[in-house]
Design a protein around this ligand. Structure first.
Ligand code: OSB
Ligand code: MG
Length: 381
């Protein structure tokens, strides 16, 4: 298999409602889409980086440069056996997993299409319906939060995740629990605490949360192990788990009992499957995280969630929760039972609305086989 062209597009999409985490409030998304052409077909991927380097080190502008100057030149015109090999072509790039994953996912989509197969079957998925939860951002008041939860439960969602930060945690979670004593409830701190907050975080144990996600440093597994020893509530790691080896180490150290897998954060489908397998072998359940994706990234998340150890409801929810108009047809919809039925069409299983994509594209660049191969040690001599 070989790629002849890679096209990068940056699109802008305003969110229907702002989304606030412990690190930022997002009102408009700027995302990079990757189209990979080769063997007479094309596949698409979405880069899941945010607008600022606050969740991890990547953001819209960094992924553009990394894709243009490093990822694309490393893959264009090179022979590879299958999509599962693409990650190894860019493995010399340190970090920048989301940029690398954007192209990798596009090649998986391309390969699935060349095989006339749905992407979810192509990656080895086994479920035709996935369980959905929602992630609800920090609100201006607890009343607003309660109202939103009420609405999402009425829509059928199976579990509620609330974002927390110092000043919006024990009291807010307590009021949610008081109002909804029986729901599956969890909290995501996005690294807003330190180990010295352990006694404070222990107060959340009273609310029997399913889990608390990434309470401590974005890259700190050791302190999470110390914290887990003090909490009844299971810790779920998100930011910390950038590859299968880190997943293995975190589990071995007792730093978490659950792992959130995000396609971009780990560097693509091949890596996500490795993390999934490491967890399954060790009896650790996983679920699919979200990064406020457009329909394209959302469809890839649906496919990923069909692997058999995705046993907990994920953050993959309906397009209409985010967008007035999504870039795929049909949009991602959720059943009244809080599930998404997995599409049977080829590749990621939805049609791209190319006219709409064109209308919200703010920059576009097509990269072909480089005239000069990147300079290597031999040439420099
Ligand atoms: O930590 O899971 C997170 C959004 C942006 C950055 C980080 C996270 C999130 C979410 C939103 O929780 C999940 C979604 O609805 O896409
Ligand atoms: Mg998270």
């Amino acid at each position: 298999m070989k790629l002849s062209r890679i096209t990068l597009r940056e699109i802008r999409m305003p969110l229907l409602h702002f989304f606030e985490t412990s690190f930022a409030r997002t009102t408009e998304r700027r995302m990079v889409l990757v189209e990979a052409e080769g063997e007479g077909a094309s596949g698409w991927g979405e880069v899941t980086a945010g607008e600022n380097p606050f969740y991890n080190e990547e953001w819209t502008d960094s992924v553009w440069l990394i894709l243009r100057d490093y990822v694309a030149p490393s893959v264009l015109g090179r022979e590879f056996r299958c999509a599962a090999e693409v990650a190894s072509l860019t493995a010399h790039i340190r970090g920048h997993n989301m940029a690398r994953a954007g192209l990798e996912a596009a090649v998986w989509d391309l390969e699935a299409r060349l095989n006339h197969r749905p992407l979810w079957r192509h990656i080895g998925g086994s479920r035709d319906e996935i369980a959905c939860g929602v992630s609800i951002g920090i609100q201006d008041s607890v009343e607003q939060l309660l109202e939103k939860i009420e609405r999402e439960l009425a829509a059928g969602y199976q579990r509620i995740k609330m974002k927390i930060k110092p000043g919006w945690d024990v009291e807010a979670a307590g009021r949610v629990r008081e109002r909804f004593p029986n729901i599956k409830l969890m909290a995501d701190a996005n690294s807003a605490y330190r180990l010295s907050d352990a006694d404070h975080l222990r107060r959340l144990d009273a609310f029997y949360l399913m889990m608390i996600e990434q309470p401590l440093g974005h890259d700190d597994i050791i302190d999470h192990a110390k914290l887990q020893a003090k909490l009844e509530t299971p810790i779920c790691l998100d930011e910390c788990i950038r590859d299968a080896h880190l997943a293995e180490q975190a589990i071995e150290m007792g730093a978490c009992r659950i792992i959130n897998i995000k396609l971009g954060r780990v560097g693509g489908f091949a890596a996500a499957r490795q993390v999934h397998d490491v967890c399954r072998e060790r009896g650790v359940p996983v679920w699919c995280g979200g990064m406020l994706e457009s329909g394209l990234g959302r469809a890839h998340n649906v496919a990923l969630s069909t692997l058999d150890n995705f046993v907990l409801p994920g953050d993959v929810s309906a397009s209409r929760r985010y967008w007035k108009r999504d870039i795929i047809r049909p949009e991602v919809e959720v059943t009244p039972q809080g599930t998404i039925r997995v599409p049977e069409g080829p590749g990621f299983g939805f049609e791209l609305d190319l006219d709409y994509i064109r209308s919200i594209t703010v920059r576009e660049e097509t990269l072909g086989k480089p005239l000069e191969p990147p300079m290597n040690a031999d040439e420099r001599r």
